[in-house]
Design a protein around this ligand. Structure first.
Ligand code: ZN
Length: 162
């Protein structure tokens, strides 16, 4: 955004602070006038002078990332004054843990399923023929997966009427 003339509209920060937006304005590249709430939020949480100091300490190619991070943190802090963006982070961490447990359980199920199909003789020997009848003809109801798996339709050891 090359501000060659003074007739350009002031950036959101300078408009908010009611000051003249000079071509050297630190805020202008990151707080366009079309996004007034972005600066208002950041100013409310961090303070304009702190943001200005912070931007001057950061190499120019990283300033946009820093401003986006500040804007995200400020918005989260305004929505959740206690936890801020940490609330969102810990929610996602809990979700990752939950999904990891689900994945582990599913992998364990798959291993059991593999075992029950690799050793059909073992499972047949543990149940008598009458047990198998009570269980609806299934030779090993504990280990067999209740749902049909798309990758194993031709199960040779259990003869269901298709
Ligand atoms: Zn400005």
């Amino acid at each position: 955004m090359a501000s060659s003339s003074y007739s350009n509209p002031p950036c959101a920060a300078c408009k908010f602070l009611r000051r003249k937006c000079l071509p050297s304005c630190t805020f202008a590249p990151y707080f366009p006038p079309e996004e007034p709430t972005k600066f208002a939020n950041v100013h409310k949480i961090f303070g304009a002078s702190n943001v200005s100091k912070l931007l001057n300490d950061i190499p120019p190619h990283q300033r946009e990332d820093a401003v986006n991070s500040l804007a995200y943190e400020a918005e989260a802090r305004l929505k959740d004054p206690v936890y801020g963006c940490v609330g969102a982070i810990s929610f996602l961490q809990r979700q990752v843990l939950h999904l990891q447990k689900e994945l582990d359980a599913t992998n364990a199920d798959l291993m059991l399923y593999d075992v029950s199909h690799s050793f059909p003789v073992l499972s047949n020997s543990t149940f008598s023929s009458t047990d198998a009848q009570y269980n609806g003809g299934e030779s090993n109801p504990g280990l067999l997966h209740p749902h049909a798996s798309p990758w194993n339709n031709d199960s040779s050891n259990d003869s269901k009427s298709m």
